[in-house]
Design a protein around this ligand. Sequence first.
Ligand SMILES: [Zn+2]
Ligand SMILES: [Zn+2]
Length: 136
Amino acid sequence: MAERYEQILKDNKLSLTAVRLAVLQVLQDHPHSDAMYIFARVKKNIATASRQAIYNNLNTLVEHAIVREIKPKGKASLYETKVGDNHHHIVCTNCDQVSDTDCHSFAPCLSPTDSHGFAIKEAEVIFWGLCPDCQK
Ligand SMILES: [Zn+2]
Ligand SMILES: [Zn+2]
């Protein structure tokens, strides 16, 4: 895993800092984490890691499309390393659990009825509801 991300960072001409690799490791193990969770995990291994460094790294990784940012309304941004497949999310309105879900067929959500001349690159769909546990 680590080697793969080292290569991705090199390909993007980004320096291989310990914090940056640690952020990617956390997201690999815990997809859909928010910055505070990532910070807490990274800090366990790298005591000098600052909250600002985590935010800066996340911004850089999102800019380079190495990490995807999801912004459920009213909640902190979530991050994941599953990028480029335009998958959607299902969020529990009660416990905030997040699951991935693919489109029914190949990226139908990239075909709006009227694109207004835009070259569409991405679509974001969030399904809201109650997860199985919260329905009990
Ligand atoms: Zn729930
Ligand atoms: Zn996801």
